[in-house]
Ligand binder design. Structure first.
Ligand SMILES: [Zn+2]
Ligand SMILES: [Zn+2]
Length: 329
């Protein structure tokens, strides 16, 4: 197999040949069809998340075809198309696993962070954490961004609440461009906030039906019910709190964010809420894929050859990617 491998944080990935990985009990080996590039991959490569396993193959938005079954696997079949998300394994017995919050498991494993991911031609994954993609009509390149951008966006939308009909999205990249469509499909109005001057992202937001589009330093025309922050910029937290109504909620969707600047208590007062979303549950995955299969979803994806993973990461870091960057082996 071929893989793009991180040896030290802050260094470019290296293209390497490796023996094909063998699936252990309960695992499957997939032939990778596509793997989207997530901002979390950037945080891992740039050393902004603690203690990644090194050397490491990043990538956790994988679409693959089951190529080999490990001992005891009966829930997946050879040739089946599945998705592999960030959540790679949970313990199954901690208090969080026990009460429906496996996303907060005390001893989790994550794809492309604590185990090898999908910036490769092949990957091994636990079959119980693979998500069948059968009802989706999308090809692999366009399905891959659903596996994190879509899923995390979905969990953020649920955290924003069913009553959040006027919804702000801060950062209009891979996650927001999918979530804006889902939110509209559910009858919500989307207010898209981009980096000042990012006319491409603003045009995309308009094309996908955003009700209002502006810069993150602008106030929306009316107070919002909720706002979701996808950009890893702490200064957006007070901005979003200022944009939501009394009792409104601000959801931070990223795994990493720059420090939040001090802000007056008045921005939080009047029962405004500030929450974060971490990881995903398998139920999120199934729920979102069901929703995505039942609506016309436009996925904006820019394919890159696997060997160009570093260029894809650089483009994402520089904000040059419209929608999602996707590696294709
Ligand atoms: Zn657990
Ligand atoms: Zn991700």
């Amino acid at each position: 197999m071929q893989a793009m491998v991180l040896h030290r944080c802050g260094e470019p990935l290296r293209l390497e040949q490796r023996p094909d990985p063998q699936p252990g009990p309960g695992e499957v080996r997939l032939r990778v069809l596509a793997c989207a590039v997530c901002r979390t991959d950037l945080h891992v490569v740039d050393g902004e998340l603690p203690q990644p396993r090194l050397p490491l193959v990043p990538g956790h938005e994988i679409v693959g075809e089951v190529e080999a079954l490990g001992f005891g696997v009966s829930d997946l079949a050879l040739g089946q198309r599945v998705g592999v998300p960030w959540l790679a394994h949970t313990c199954g017995h901690c208090r969080y696993c026990g009460d429906g919050h496996e996303n907060l498991c005390d001893t989790p494993q994550f794809t492309g962070y604590s185990r090898d991911g999908g910036f490769a031609t092949h990957v091994v994954a636990a079959s119980a954490f693979c998500l069948p993609l059968a009802p989706l009509a999308l090809d692999a390149v366009h399905a891959a961004p659903l596996l994190c951008a879509g899923l995390i966006g979905w969990r953020c939308l649920r955290a924003a609440g069913d009553s959040a009909m006027e919804l702000g999205l801060y950062g209009f990249g891979a996650a927001a461009h999918l979530l804006a469509q889902v939110a509209r499909h559910q009858g919500r109005q989307v207010y898209a906030f981009t980096r000042p001057g990012d006319t491409d992202a603003q045009a995309l937001a308009r094309q996908l039906g955003a009700h209002w589009v502006g810069s993150s330093d602008e106030a929306p025309p009316r107070p919002l019910d909720a706002a979701i922050i996808f950009a890893p910029v702490g200064a957006l937290v007070p901005a979003a709190l200022a944009a939501v109504r009394k009792g409104g909620r601000v959801v931070c969707g990223g795994i990493h964010m720059s420090d939040i600047p001090a802000f007056p208590y008045a921005l939080l007062w009047q029962e405004r809420e500030l929450v974060s979303v971490a990881n995903l549950t398998r139920a999120d995955g199934r729920g979102f894929l069901r929703e995505a299969a039942a609506m016309p979803l436009q996925v904006h994806a820019t394919p890159y050859p696997l060997a160009q993973a570093n260029a894809a990461l650089d483009d994402l870091r520089a904000g040059r990617v419209q929608g999602a960057a996707v590696l294709v082996p």
